[in-house]
Every structure is written in C-alpha cells, then in structure tokens.
Design a protein around this ligand. Sequence first.
Ligand SMILES: Nc1ncnc2c1ncn2[C@@H]1O[C@H](COP(=O)(O)OP(=O)(O)OP(=O)(O)O)[C@@H](O)[C@H]1O
Ligand SMILES: O=C(O)[C@H](O)COP(=O)(O)O
Length: 395
Amino acid sequence: MKTLNNFDFNAKKAIIRVDFNVPLDENFNVTDATRIEAAKPTIDAILAQGGSVILMSHLGRPKGAEDKYSLKHILKTTSEILGVPVQFASNCVGEEAQNAAKNLLPGQVLLLENLRFHDEEEAGDVAFAKELASLGDIYVNDAFGTAHRAHASTTIIAQFFPTSKCFGTLLAKEIESLNKVLKNSEKPVTAVLGGSKVSSKITVIENILDKVDHMIIGGGMTFTFVKALGGKVGNSICEDDKQELALEILRLAKEKGVQIHIPVDVIAANDFSNTADTQIVNVNEIPDGWQGLDAGPKSLENFEKVIMESKTILWNGPLGVFEMESFAKGTIALGNYIAASTQNGAFSLVGGGDSVAAVKQFGLEEKMSYVSTGGGAMLEMLEGKVLPGIAAILD
Ligand SMILES: Nc1ncnc2c1ncn2[C@@H]1O[C@H](COP(=O)(O)OP(=O)(O)OP(=O)(O)O)[C@@H](O)[C@H]1O
Ligand SMILES: O=C(O)[C@H](O)COP(=O)(O)O
C-alpha cells in the first residue's frame, strides 16, 4: 500500500483528491470543517517537504455550475485551517487551472473549483481525468468519503500515474481503522447498528455477521424484528416486507454463534414530536397509536453490559430519534458506554452521517478511538465491497 512515505515531494506538484463536501449555512459559512481539518496532515507533510499542493474536490450534488456549490465558499476556512493563503482557480480544467498549476511554487496551495460542475466527473470521463492529471506530478487520494464513487478524480485519474500515486494520511488511517474492526479485531467484537431502516443496513448486517460476536440492533430497525417475532409495534416505523429477512438474520446469527441484542423496552410516544406524551413499554407491547422512538432503561442496562465486555466496537446508526431531546437519551447513553469501554482499552470506530453527528453533538468525539469521515463509503466497506477509489491506488 503506497503512502506519502514512498515519495519525495520536494519540488513536486501533488494533485490531491480531497473530500471537502462540507455543510454550509445560508450565508455560505462552513458549519462543520471536520473534513477539511482531516486532510491537513497530508497537505502539511507535502508542503513541509518542499512540494506544492493542488486540491480538487466536489461540493454537494450540483446540476451544472451552480454558484451555491462553488468551492470559493470554503476558501477562507481552508486557508485558516492550513495556515497558508490558498489560491483559487474558478474552473478545475482549462487554461486558468493549467496556468495556476504551472506557476505554483513550493509551499503554495491551489484549490480547484468544484469538479462536479462538469458532468464528466461523475461519468468517469477519461479525457477529463487526463486533463486533471496533467496538472500534477504525483496523485494522492485522501478522499475517503468519496472512495466509493468511480468518478474521474477519484478513480479514473489514477491510470495516468502508474508509478506515482498513493494514499493520503487520512485515507490510509480510515482503511487501517476499518481493518481493525473487520480483519484484525480483538474479541469480543460488538457491532451496534441503529438508524431508521433495515433495508438500508441489511447488506452490512449480513456481511458483518461473520466478523462479530455480538450485534446490538436498535433504532427504527428494532420494530421490523419485533413484529416478525409476533410482537405488537403500534405505529412504530416498520418495514413489513422485510420481516422474512429479519427472521433469516436471526436464524443466520444463531447458526454463526452471534448473539443478537434487541431492545426489550422502549420510550413510546403518541406523536412523532418532541412534546408528545411518552411512556416506557415492553418492546412487543406497544399500544395502537403509539410509536417507539428510543431505547428504554432495561435495554440500555443490557447494552451497557455487552459494550463494557467488548474489546472492539463498531457503531453505525443512532438508537433513537436523537434529533429530538425527548428521544436522545438512548443514543447519549450508548455513546457514553462506548466511551467508557474505550477508556478501558477497547477499540471503537464510529461511522455514518447521523451517528457521527450525534457523537459530535454530545461531545463524545474525543472519547472514541476513531470517528470516520465517510458515510456511504464506510457503509460500502462494511458491506464487504472493494471501493473503486482504493482499488485504483492499489492497482
Ligand atoms: N425508533 C425510531 N423511529 C424512527 N426513526 C428513528 C428511530 N430511531 C432512529 N431513527 C432515525 O434514524 C435516522 C438515522 O438513520 P441512518 O440509518 O441514516 O443513520 P446513519 O447510518 O448514522 O447515517 P447515514 O445513513 O446518514 O450515514 C435518524 O434521523 C433517527 O432519527
Ligand atoms: O458526503 C459524502 O458522503 C461524500 O462526499 C460523497 O458524496 P455523494 O454521495 O454526493 O457522492
């Protein structure tokens, strides 16, 4: 696996695919700069060796060159984080980008305009990839969040750097952390899978059944399992067409010796609202008109025991509707158990847009061993897929 260590960047131009797809507010201020901060070690290392850096990224899912998705909005934040002025090319290809790249001096940084302003990016167009490639001497992929996309800048471009391509520090760290869970894990291994739907997590569940000792299934997924087992779930979110699949997962888990833990009680509400009336009920006795929106106290006690005994913990998906204060207790408690277990020496990996948002919101980020910058990319790795962005560097 080639990393920055395999190259001398002195007087070289590194073209780096980063994932600066960050959230912006209505005034185009960056509201969460984690992904920019996460790319800093790679950029710093190359600049420190006397190299120069050309950054390319997408932002959002624009239809053509929509100004609201311009990367100029993140220029100031990027300069502040990197501690150097960052130049900007208002098109990622063409004369302006070529001149800016050509004139770039050691220690300087250039940010190219949103790659997705050109349809060729997502189409994986070879000529477009070649144009991007012509801007740099060494290709570095540090965009874990976009490594599951076979786009021009994440995958196709690599063919133009047969011997001069490598993983950036962030991408290498993401792969290493996932391997600590999926391949070289210390037992017992526990996966906590929450979120809203079985359908979006089913392939992950199936793939990791072979790798874990315990699986905690929470969040909205709970009710498809409970109903399949004959329980009453009231108005809780439930995918009736996935009940057979839920039973099959339970059967497979038994066969593989994986212990599945499902909430035994829930906080039920008479409305999907923070101010709804609530009651604690058994998970399989939810009255008509009520819906389970968070794990209950007995469930949390059970989960705490499992988490505290685990040596490797993977967490993807919240245990309840944590966006509403009334239903955030389960997710906060779970985060605290994982933090405590991590302090006891367990390795913990958190990934997925909403779980990472929850961990940040509740101030638990520093207490986890690793918080992934990837949403869809991490899920695809957990599904056992080889990500095209990673494969292109390994080639
Ligand atoms: N009991 C429940 N009923 C309804 N929705 C729930 C329940 N528990 C959790 N959710 C919702 O599930 C959503 C998160 O699910 P999701 O599967 O998207 O998580 P994730 O994998 O962390 O995020 P992402 O898919 O963005 O990477 C949250 O918005 C949360 O409110
Ligand atoms: O935020 C993400 O998950 C990545 O930046 C990929 O974005 P995409 O789903 O629009 O390809």
